[in-house]
Each structure stands twice: as structure tokens, then as C-alpha cells.
Design a protein around this ligand. Sequence first.
Ligand SMILES: [Zn+2]
Length: 197
Amino acid sequence: MIAEALNRLVRELTKLPSIGEKTALRMAFHIISLPRSEAQSLAQSIIEIKEKVTLCSVCFNITDCNPCSICESDRSNSDTICVVESPAHLAAFERTGQFKGIYHVLQGVISPLRNTSPDDLKIKELVTRLQQGKVKEVILAMNPTREGETTAIYLANIIKPLSLKVTRIAQGIPRGGEIEYLDESTLKSSLEGRREL
Ligand SMILES: [Zn+2]
């Protein structure tokens, strides 16, 4: 029965991003070698994150208080909204310390392959926020992938009739690159070199 429990753990671990079977097996053996208290603490933290962390009802970032601390704080450029795909991308821009505006997390990009349509994303919610009239510029900060570009063009077409400035982050980011893995200076220059759509 030990083998079945091990198999189950390996199966669960391989569902995580970038974890193949070999890595999962190594992690599983490591977990087996941990003191019981450490293994329990790991399991508990996974349960807790699902119970305590929710999406901010304003920007859809992950948060344990609602609205999130960014939406609640006085940002110096609160008339500029940076639209990102995921909370991981938001965190990457925050790490640069360069952006003082507000955010909107789409929770994905338009992807026919993954069956994600505009209705599956937080686009209606974005438009509602923009219609409140406080935002003057919308920065479209999706990944420079085909899906990211498709999403940016789709959003630009919706936002332009609202008479707002629409910009796209610069393409200093390598094609197919992932925002969350880029160094801070590349991200910084991509914000500085953003262009109007
Ligand atoms: Zn928020």
C-alpha cells in the first residue's frame, strides 16, 4: 500500500506546472524523508491557501483581504490601469517598483486552443471599471505571444470607443517570453517603451 500512496502523491505533483515525473518522484521521496511535522505543515499550507486566498472583487488579483491592498492604497498614478493576464504577472510588475498605477487581472488570455473565449475573462468587469471615468490610460501588458497579442487587439478595439489612451508594453521582451521570469530591468524598459495602439 506504500507504493500506491507514493503513486498518488507523484500523480498529484505532476499536475503542477513544470513538474515532470522524475522531479515529482524526487519531491515525493523528499517528502517521505521529512519529519512528520514538516510534511503536515506543507499539506496544511496548501489547504489554507485555498481557504483564505480569494480574488479581489475590484482587480481580480489574489488576496486575503477584499478589496486587495493595492486597490485599497492611494496609488500616485491611479488614472493608469495596467491590464495583465495573471496574478503572477501583476506580482512581476510590482517587483519592479516602477509602476504606481492600478491593475486589472484578466485571469487568462483569449485562446481558441484552450477554449478560452472573451466571456471567460474579466473583460466585462474591466469595461465597467473604465466606464467609471477615473482611468485615462490603459496599458495592455499581456505576454508578447500570439494569444497575448490577440487579446491585446481585442481589448484595444473595445476600449478605444471609450476615448481612453490605450498603450501596449514594448516588445523588448523576447518572443514567447514569460513575464514572470524576466529580470526587472527588461520589465522596466518594456513599461517605459510602451506604445499607443
Ligand atoms: Zn484589487
